[in-house]
Ligand binder design. Structure first.
Ligand SMILES: [Fe+2]
Ligand SMILES: [Fe+2]
Length: 298
């Protein structure tokens, strides 16, 4: 337990995060960095950036609601302390991705309508399944849904976006790098804290596995939507950023060169990666991954 205490304490959060990798950043990136000029005179690319960033804001709003809500049903103070640091991390993520929408030209008064316009309905359903557990003050299901499922997904999505944007958009790449470091800590907490509780309350397994199955279904539907009808964006992005260079190093992720992948193949790589990680992480806490039916793109 001692390692657990020190790794997830407020003290180690202070040292590694605000006084560590976030030192001297501004909304998560280096001061003076801007979005690429190409977004401002190309509607296709700007729309794509707005749509992607909207999903990040919605996902992070869910994580903020979940991590703050779980503080009051955590059974011990170490977990409460950690969740308090996570709450601040998630609020920061909401803020930096919202700031990216502003940087892309969204007016403050238009924020909510922009989120509504571009928000993926499947992602909203994904969030609802988790927040229902949090509202019921169900700590074990809430932590599995948040720190294993939601953040396992977020972690891989951010890593993929970082690989894709590394060369064309260093500002966004830096924002993602800090977020990934935060998510790694959050996922680690989920695995370390919840395994012993599942052992203690094995009768909770079926209900938690059902939640994972429901969340996974909505996640795969979100991916299917996100990667459908993307041929024009894909072609435009290759034309503007010359990302089809097979020798480009920046876009290699998990051994796959994303620069040369068509949208459908990219969806497959992402879904395969996330599901593989789910299986490993759930296995570590004593749960068995439940496969949902295959969703159809809307
Ligand atoms: Fe987050
Ligand atoms: Fe997180």
């Amino acid at each position: 337990m001692n390692n657990f205490l020190s790794a997830y304490s407020i003290q180690s959060w202070l040292e590694s995060c605000p006084q560590g990798y976030l030192m001297d950043t501004e909304y998560g990136h280096q001061p003076g960095e801007n979005e690429p000029e190409a977004y401002f005179d190309n509607d296709i690319l700007r729309e794509d950036a707005l749509r992607t960033t909207t999903q990040l804001v919605l996902g992070e709003r869910c994580a903020l609601a979940a991590s703050s809500g779980l503080i009051n049903c955590a059974p011990d103070y170490e977990s409460k302390h950690f969740l308090a640091t996570q709450t601040l991390d998630e609020a920061r993520h909401v803020e930096i991705f919202t700031q990216r929408l502003y940087d892309l030209g969204v007016k403050k008064d238009d924020l909510e309508s922009t989120l509504k316009h571009y928000g993926n309905p499947n992602l909203v359903k994904f969030a609802e399944v988790l927040l229902e557990k949090v509202d019921k003050k169900d700590f074990i299901a809430g932590v599995v849904g948040q720190n294993i499922v939601l953040e396992g997904m977020a972690f891989s999505v951010f890593e993929m976006l970082k690989a894709v944007n590394q060369d064309s958009n260093p500002k966004f790449g830096h924002v993602l790098a800090g977020t990934i470091a935060d998510e790694r800590r959050h996922v680690g907490f989920g695995e370390n804290r919840i395994g012993s509780l599942i052992k203690q309350y094995p009768e909770r397994k079926p209900e938690i596995e059902q939640m994972q199955k429901d969340m996974t279904y909505h996640m795969l539907a979100t991916f299917a939507d996100a990667f459908s009808d993307r041929d024009e964006t894909y072609a435009e992005s290759q034309r503007v950023f010359h990302t089809d260079d097979a020798s480009a190093e920046g876009a290699v992720w998990n051994g796959t060169n994303l620069s040369v992948l068509e949208p459908a193949a990219m969806e497959q790589v992402l879904a395969d990666t996330v599901l593989k990680e789910f299986k490993v992480r759930l296995g570590r806490i004593g749960l068995e991954y439940q496969s949902p039916p295959t969703p159809k793109a809307a």
